[in-house]
Design a binder for this molecule. Structure first.
Ligand code: G6P
Length: 595
């Protein structure tokens, strides 16, 4: 899981690479490195740390180069394990994102042939393998090399004697950007947008030769192919902070717009998937992390709106489970569309004979190729590692899907569907109202949450998964231990942990569990834990809680969207008060492309 970028053209490659790498740091940021071809020599700088830590005084004047930001898999973060990697003679350099599963065997073979390795990484075998096959034709050497690789990779290769870059991908993302007398290649679009909005997404097995004025692609069979040129509609500014101190805060505040975009054109007719083609008696939702929590909320949404029984699986567990004797319509949720666990699970679902749907935010991402149907959330680019607006728009898609399924199954009358759609229409405004006044949330985060070592989040029914997500967000960016619980379960063990030092965030809405929830909150209050209520104006709730955050009036079924925004802000402001690295939390990455 890393970010790679390559540039060839007339400008100073170094500046372009550095900018691109910074835009890709969300993919990993424990080491960084670049290589630039300068008068038939390759100059390089790489080290443990962020892109900003690179020491770049002098030299680096060429206009061909490659860059890398790393998220360590094989070999700890260190200067030696940073990319780019070189062959034995320093003639060629490579950057790699992915995992080479057979690297041990290849390394042994190359060592036997006399190659000397300088790192513990799997990636370095690629440089030596290209060297082994090279006899003047770089494209040919890379083609032979990738035919030997097992696992996932996106690579870019440069050679000091060549006015070209060679790139290839398999199960790791890679996109070519076509500029004017310059071309680029990168793991993700934000790294290209300063130069072009015309891109070609490479397919698994593609090998591409890039010169300043041409892009030549061969597919896995060696056939010359073209990949459709797509025009990216969002701008660099869309992907930049726009006055907010962190991407995460910007992205939290973009949620009204993101919801609006995700609803656009879909409230009258949601026809991206013809669900009638499938015999949907059971749904299985499979995903990881925050997307898994969206799936859990989705279970409540689908069961209550469409009446279809829903199961949930964590993608990392799904592949290793024994398939039940049914073939559920299987839905994969992944904001990035690149999570290896989720992609692996999608392949397994197909193998089991299930019909599949992917819900993702990233156009043409790997997941889209492994499923029968795709629905895109329209969140726009999300750069902060902690998922915010992508989660919210995943919920939007799940509401839309549930309404569609409910209508089709005759479970939902047209009038009822219209009532639901109206609630969806009102959501952007309601989120906006919430975001206009966050003072109380900021104050509670600073006074109560930032001083705690353990925090519980409790909810019931549809807001139980929201409690899970609130706890995850806090762990991710504030580094405070937090646990999400269904409120009724606390008494079966976790009560032993409740003290005056253990704040409990209690989500309470007026659904069928309301009375019980008040009872649960009362039990927590009796243990003297500081209680932070989140819900609508409610006298009963306020009496029990020490602190209270109000959300605008909303039917319980739609309340997760608003409650979750409150919990995102709790995590953000708590992390802020603790001086954490909010957009790039330690040890994490935006999409994890390894299992
Ligand atoms: C990583 C991210 C999480 C994310 C999870 C699933 O662990 O840090 O924020 O929820 O991957 O990502 P996906 O792209 O599949 O939604």
């Amino acid at each position: 899981m890393c970010g790679i970028v390559g540039y060839i053209g007339n400008s100073r490659a170094l500046d372009i690479l550095l900018k691109g790498m910074k835009r890709l740091e969300y993919r990993g940021y424990d080491s960084a490195g670049i290589a630039v071809r300068n008068h038939d020599e390759i100059e390089t700088e790489k080290r443990k740390g962020r892109v900003d830590d690179l020491e770049l005084d002098g030299l680096f004047d060429g206009n061909i180069g490659i860059g890398h930001t790393r998220w360590a898999t094989h070999g700890k973060p260190s200067d030696e394990n940073s990319h780019p990697f070189f062959d034995c003679t320093g003639s060629l350099a490579i950057v790699h994102n992915g995992i080479i599963d057979n690297f041990v065997t290849l390394k042994e073979e190359l060592e036997m042939a006399g190659h000397t390795f300088t790192s513990q990484t799997d990636s370095e075998v690629i440089a030596h393998m290209v060297e082994e096959y090279y006899s003047g034709d770089l494209l040919d050497a890379v083609t032979k090399t990738v035919s030997r690789l097992k696992g996932s990779y996106a690579i870019v290769v440069m050679h000091r004697d060549h006015q070209e870059l060679i790139a290839s991908r398999n199960q790791s993302p890679l996109v070519v950007g076509m500029g004017t007398e310059e071309n680029l290649v990168a793991s993700d679009v934000p790294a290209l947008l300063d130069h072009t909005n015309e891109v070609k997404y490479l397919m698994d097995g593609d090998i591409v030769r890039i010169t300043p004025d041409a892009v030549f692609i061969r597919d896995a069979t060696g056939r010359e192919v073209d990949r459709e040129t797509k025009v990216i509609k969002w701008t660099v500014e869309d992907a930049e902070k726009g006055g907010f101190e962190h991407f995460m805060l910007k992205e939290i505040h973009e949620q009204p717009k993101a919801i609006h975009e995700s609803l656009l054109g879909r409230l009258v007719e949601f026809d991206e998937v013809d669900f009638a083609r499938y015999d949907i008696r059971h749904i299985n939702i499979v995903s990881c992390g925050t997307s898994y929590h969206a799936g859990l909320v989705g279970k409540y949404i689908i069961e209550s709106i469409a009446g279809i029984p829903c199961m949930l699986d964590l993608a990392s567990e799904y592949r290793y489970s024994s398939p039940p004797d049914i073939y559920p319509f299987t839905v994969f949720i992944s904001q990035s569309g690149e999570t290896a666990d989720t992609i692996g699970a999608a392949k397994e679902a197909r193998r089991r004979g299930c019909k599949t749907l992917g819900i993702t935010n990233v156009l043409d991402s790997s997941l889209t190729r492994e499923v029968d149907e795709v629905i895109y959330t329209q969140a726009g680019p999300e750069i902060g590692v902690a998922a915010t607006k992508t989660f919210t728009t995943q919920l939007i898609v799940l509401y839309l899907m549930a309404i569609e399924l409910g209508l089709q199954r005759g479970k939902l009358l047209i009038e009822q569907a219209e009532t639901y759609r109206n609630e969806l229409r009102k959501l952007p405004r309601r989120v906006e109202v919430l975001l206009n006044d966050t003072e109380e949330i900021q104050d509670i985060s600073k006074r109560v949450l930032a001083n705690a070592e353990d925090i519980f989040f409790v909810g019931r029914n549809i807001n139980y998964p929201v409690a899970l997500e609130g706890a995850l967000k806090l762990k991710e960016i504030a580094y405070i231990h937090a646990a999400g619980y269904p409120a009724g379960e606390l008494k079966h063990g976790p009560f032993a942990l409740l003290t005056r030092e253990t704040p409990v965030v209690a989500i309470c809405v007026k659904d069928s569990t309301y009375e019980k929830m008040l009872g649960n909150i009362g039990e927590i209050a009796a243990r003297e834990s500081p209680l932070i209520g989140v819900g609508q104006e409610d006298h009963e709730l306020e009496k029990l809680c020490d602190e209270m955050v109000h959300i605008p009036d909303i039917p319980p079924l739609f309340s997760p969207v608003l409650i979750n925004v409150v919990l995102q802000l709790f995590a953000y402001y708590t992390a802020y008060n603790l001086g954490r690295s909010i957009d790039k939390p330690r040890n994490l990455a935006k999409s994890v492309t390894v299992e």
